[in-house]
Write a protein that binds this ligand. Structure first.
Ligand code: OAD
Length: 249
């Protein structure tokens, strides 16, 4: 009986198309707290409350304080082994697609190419009033952000984080590309609780295409009972082990 690391390495070696969907767990080792794990609850508030238009309308300063805190942690963070291994695969294995729910940009900083960012970027801002002049928004990488809450440079309305909030639609082109990437040989779900749709639904698309599906996570999730192979462990350790095993094939 092959161990799970060797099983995955063998599958990857034989695969032409590999799709990886990541969540907050891949950035945990970089010091960015997950949303639902320990340290993720900020002031005891749920992510669903803070990351929503209703939450923002109720208290923009509170929501911006949360984002400002996360932006600071992300600014100080460095990509970890999980980001580095995935970056290497996107560069050296054509047919690898990386889809992320993370807004921290650590995959890109590790050198990943063509990342499909389902939930946008924490460094992007948009006008809350959606004024014409502001278009799709602007980049603001200041930490701490000032003033708090920040304002639209075009119309002086409130500015909001340019991320996708609960109840909002994902960018259609990005989602279409992610769904298309589910037509693959091996599908990996890494470091995500797999509860937020439509990202969590990508696994089911991959299964319909007959992909070999794998979860890498130290804890059980909604996906655990559904995938072909569960590798219980931390992304930064498991992916490194898989990568080292791959090179021996
Ligand atoms: P969650 O916080 O829901 O889940 C993080 C997952 O990472 C959990 O299943 C943990 O067990 C796992 N985990 C923790 N440390 C890990 C490690 N070292 N290696 C691997 N896995 C580890 O985060 P997401 O699933 O990303 O959306 O959450 C999905 C979306 O909900 C986010 O994109 C965000 C959030 O609210 C929006 O803001 C719209």
């Amino acid at each position: 009986m092959m161990d799970t690391i060797t099983q995955l390495a063998a599958r990857l070696n034989a695969a032409t198309r590999i799709t990886v969907v990541t969540g907050a767990g891949v950035s945990a080792a970089s010091g960015v707290p997950t949303f639902r794990g320990p340290g993720g609850l900020w002031k005891n508030m749920r992510a669903e409350t803070l990351a929503s238009a209703d939450g923002f309308a109720a208290d923009p300063s509170l929501v911006w304080e949360w984002y400002d805190w996360r932006r600071q942690l992300i600014r100080e963070a460095q990509p970890n082994a999980a980001h580095r291994v995935l970056a290497d695969w996107t560069q050296t294995r054509p047919g690898t697609t990386l889809v992320t729910q993370n807004v921290d940009g650590l995959h890109e900083r590790a050198g990943s190419t063509n990342v499909l960012r389902l939930h946008g970027s924490i460094w992007q801002l948009r006008c809350w009033a959606e004024c014409n002049a502001s278009g799709h928004g602007w980049l603001d990488e200041r930490v701490p952000i000032s003033p708090l809450p920040p304002r639209c440079p075009h119309c002086d309305a409130l500015a909001r984080p340019g991320v996708v909030w609960f109840g909002e639609s994902l960018d259609a082109a990005v989602l279409d590309a992610a769904v298309a990437a589910c037509n693959c040989d091996v599908f990996l779900s890494v470091g995500t609780s797999a509860v937020v749709y439509p990202a969590a639904g990508l696994l089911h698309h991959a299964q319909r295409h007959g992909a070999f599906t794998v979860e890498i996570n130290p804890d059980a999730t909604d996906a655990s009972g559904v995938v072909d192979l569960v590798i219980k462990g931390k992304a930064e350790e498991v992916l490194k082990d898989v990568d080292e095993t791959l090179t021996r094939f």
